[in-house]
Design a protein around this ligand. Structure first.
Ligand code: G1P
Length: 297
């Protein structure tokens, strides 16, 4: 792995950015008034899974890049003391635990994106909260991940050693290549590789490989200046992938293969599968679902 000299062994990564300003058009009408990030896998919203993943690796500041119609995300993470007290008075400690999502020492920041001008534009809104030599993580709540080990751990380790951009990737089927950022890994070494190309949503015949970027990134603050200079694409959006491509001309970028299962909950299929996957882990639900499916033939 090559390292960025000035930023080798950066300080601990303590900030996570959650771009939640998207419109969620694929899930209309459900997302007409409800943020897509609050869609639940059984009983827990996608955004909470992503937040818990970040908290588990020591993230202390949660930065939500949001839009006007997403107040419900703020409400979801609000401590709501009156609700808590009510459950406490009823002796329902199980419910207290369920609504007690963030410990008081976790800082939450909500930044309006203004207009939904793409993932790169969303990430750029967090600039004022990130130090110039700091690295931070970005999590896309759409990507629901089930893995034996928290997927951020391997990303953060690689970023800590190299001081450079690190992306989570997995092999994707040919028909899904045009839905993701696709990288070209050089030499894999224990699931990690430097990449020599990245392209946003290529046609499958033009893709440099079948390794697709999953919504987990560790980025250096240097990305902000690059994002500012990144032109909008054909849809008028500033793509994070395009900024990473520019950064790649100046320094190393690394891919870490996901050791686990990712469900792309930005699509109906992935969302239903994620719900089924979690439901099937509950012995009672498993039996009922299996019986139901058997009855369907
Ligand atoms: C975004 C990124 C894409 C990445 C994907 C992961 O696309 O632009 O590079 O592969 O997230 O989920 P979106 O899902 O917002 O279309």
């Amino acid at each position: 792995m090559s390292s960025h000299q000035d930023n080798n062994h950066p300080a601990k990564i303590t900030k996570a950015v959650f771009p939640v300003g998207g419109l969620g058009t694929r899930f209309l009408p459900a997302t007409k008034s409800m943020p897509k990030e609050l869609m639940p896998i059984i009983d827990k919203p996608l955004i909470q899974y992503a937040v818990e993943e970040a908290l588990a690796v020591g993230i202390e500041t949660l930065i939500f890049v949001t839009s006007a119609s997403k107040h419900a995300i703020f409400d979801h993470f609000d401590p709501m003391p009156s609700l808590k007290m009510r459950f406490e008075q009823q002796g329902r400690m199980d419910l207290v635990e369920k609504v007690n999502i963030l410990s008081p020492d976790i800082k939450t920041v909500y930044i309006p994106q203004g207009e939904p001008l793409g993932l790169g534009h969303a990430v750029l809104q967090a600039q004022s909260l990130i130090g110039v030599n700091e690295m931070f993580t970005v999590l896309l709540a759409d990507d629901f991940i089930e893995a034996p080990q928290n997927p951020l751990l391997a990303l953060i380790e690689c970023a800590r050693v190299t001081g450079q951009t690190t992306l989570s990737v997995e092999q994707v089927p040919a028909e899904r290549i045009s839905s993701y950022g696709i990288v070209s890994p050089k030499q894999w070494h224990q699931g990690t590789a430097e990449i020599d190309a990245i392209v946003e949503k290529p046609h499958k015949d033009e893709a440099p490989s079948d390794f697709g970027v999953i919504g987990r990134y560790v980025l250096p603050a240097r990305i902000f200046e690059v994002l500012k200079a990144t032109p909008a694409d054909g849809k008028g959006e500033i793509q994070l992938t395009d900024a990473i491509k520019t950064l790649l001309q100046q320094e190393g970028v690394h891919a870490v293969q996901l050791d686990g299962q990712r469900f792309d909950c930005g699509h109906h299929e992935g969302f239903v599968m994620a719900n089924l996957h979690v439901a099937m882990k509950d012995p009672q639900l498993r039996t009922k679902i299996s019986n139901y499916l058997n009855d369907q033939g």
